[in-house]
Design a protein around this ligand. Structure first.
Ligand SMILES: NC(=O)c1ccc[n+]([C@@H]2O[C@H](COP(=O)([O-])OP(=O)(O)OC[C@H]3O[C@@H](n4cnc5c(N)ncnc54)[C@H](O)[C@@H]3O)[C@@H](O)[C@H]2O)c1
Length: 445
């Protein structure tokens, strides 16, 4: 049994289950800290790709980190092989929503099952996946029942954001470690020796809640500013000026105050619904979160409504979507507002073209019914309107004069308030944005 009384700096031997965004970043960063890491996944093509030196998705810096640490980082499909020499197993599998909004924990339990006969030598099983409060207690009970009381358990939720995940992991605002005993917490803390950031140790249930509460609060902040933006539109205030000054208050901070088309991605929508479901299951209707979720779902639909009234209907209109991913700097399309926008446009009888430098929308509707272009110029050609959906920095550098000439009528809805209204007006556009004077200029149609 490994000594758990002192911090355990590298090198340790770690198995990571799940080669997705979180598992790969965790594995590569632990290897960077000097640990020996085996990453296990159940998708053969993913493991094959990783073995050949490729990364299955875009995350800045991750590919280089994997290559730099290839001596200490390996990939396998075989659970037993991953665990046999490991001291700790990190569970980084996906926890998608079920039809009821609860988190689907089947993959977490599949890992626990796989470990039951092979884990007795482990110091700790560490869950990074986002799970409802109480999951750790249930896993602990299952491990005890399987005769694994000597194996520690920790909840170690992950707060990295896609697009900056490597930097976030190595320079975190905090590392949260929840454990049932001090020795396990201390040992897991040792794995992070070398990273720059405070460590918060606590009980398991609280650690699980920190993750859900953090995401719900961030979702609430975004939704709050979107609500203020709507009131700005109705009253003549300018959300960009309002948000800038509000964010100067050190009690509030400037982050997550950009009004837009609503939050998306693999975490905020899923985790806020999971927290709402968890609260409801325990008899408490989380009304504030209900409102946040509802307002966010409305946000892209409002954009369609505005477009529809500006164009006098959408049937037969061609609309160009500029940016598809849920935010810039990632290729992740999970719960991207663009999907709702494209679906609604198609349902209204519009034709949809699009551009995105990185998105991987997949072979499913609405994307099979849209035409993707390699550049913005192609996407806006003969369009009746463009919607800036994702604030890719490239869009700030587009030649908007040339774009206006290519369009049937130069109308743009800047869904992220990225562009300069005056410059767009000058280029001949009718310019609409979120939370600012409803529209500038009038294009001839
Ligand atoms: N993506 C984020 O930004 C983020 C941030 C913080 C927390 N999280 C949480 O981390 C968890 C993982 O998220 P993700 O975005 O990395 O998911 P993902 O879908 O990108 O990756 C999950 C991986 O786990 C693999 N997997 C499933 N079952 C497995 C098993 N039994 N053994 C080994 N691998 C298995 C899948 O094949 C997939 O490759 C989720 O709970 C998520 O909520 C995600």
């Amino acid at each position: 049994m490994t000594d758990t009384t002192t911090l355990s700096p590298a090198p340790r031997r770690i198995a990571v289950f799940g080669a997705g965004y979180i598992g790969l970043v965790t594995g590569a960063c632990f290897a960077e800290l000097g640990h020996r890491v085996v990453v296990r996944d159940i998708q053969p093509e993913r493991i094959e790709l990783l073995r050949s030196g490729d990364v299955p998705f875009f995350e800045p810096g991750l590919g280089n980190l994997i290559i730099r640490n290839k001596e200490r980082l390996s990939f396998t499909l075989d659970a037993d092989e991953a665990v046999q020499d490991a001291e700790a197993v990190f569970v980084c599998v996906d926890t998608p929503p079920t039809a009821s909004g609860d988190a689907d924990l089947s993959r977490v339990w599949a890992v626990v099952e796989a470990l039951k006969n092979t884990a007795s030598h482990l110091v700790a099983i560490v869950v990074k996946s986002t799970v409802p409060v109480g999951t750790g207690s249930r896993v602990r009970a299952a491990l005890d029942e399987a005769g694994l009381s000597g194996v520690g358990y920790a909840s170690n939720p992950e707060f990295t954001a896609e697009g900056s995940a490597v930097a976030d992991f190595l320079h975190p605002d905090r590392v949260v470690i929840g454990a049932f005993d001090e020795a396990t917490a201390h040992w897991v803390e040792g794995l992070y020796t070398g990273i720059e950031g405070p460590v918060e140790t606590m009980d398991v249930a609280s650690a699980e809640m920190v993750k859900l509460a953090s995401n719900a609060l961030l979702a609430t902040k975004i939704t709050f500013i979107n609500e203020i933006a709507t009131v700005c539109e109705a009253t003549g205030a300018d959300i960009t000026q309002v948000a800038r000054a509000v964010g100067r208050d050190h009690r509030l901070g400037p982050h997550f105050l950009n009004a837009g088309l609503g939050y998306g991605g693999s975490c905020f929508p899923k985790d806020s619904r999971a927290l709402r479901a968890m609260a409801s299951n325990s008899g408490y209707p989380f009304q504030l979160l209900n409102a946040v979720i509802e307002v966010n779902e409305l946000q892209p639909r409002r954009a369609i409504q505005r477009l529809k009234s500006e164009l006098g209907g959408l049937r037969g209109r061609r609309v160009a979507l500029l940016g598809l991913t849920f935010k810039p700097g990632t290729d992740d399309m999970r719960e991207a507002p663009s999907t709702v926008i494209a679906s609604r446009l198609l349902a209204e009888g519009a034709e949809v073209t699009c551009w995105d430098p990185m998105a991987r929308p997949g072979e499913a509707e609405p994307w099979t019914s849209t035409t993707r272009h390699q550049d913005v110029a192609g996407a806006v050609t003969d369009a009746d309107a463009a919607v800036l959906v994702t604030e890719w920095p490239e869009l700030a550098d587009v030649d908007w004069h040339a774009a206006a000439r290519r369009m049937r009528a130069p109308l743009i809805l800047d869904g992220r308030n990225l562009l300069d209204p005056e410059a767009l007006l000058d280029a001949g556009f009718t310019y609409m944005s979120v939370g600012r004077a409803t529209r500038y200029g009038r294009a001839t149609r």
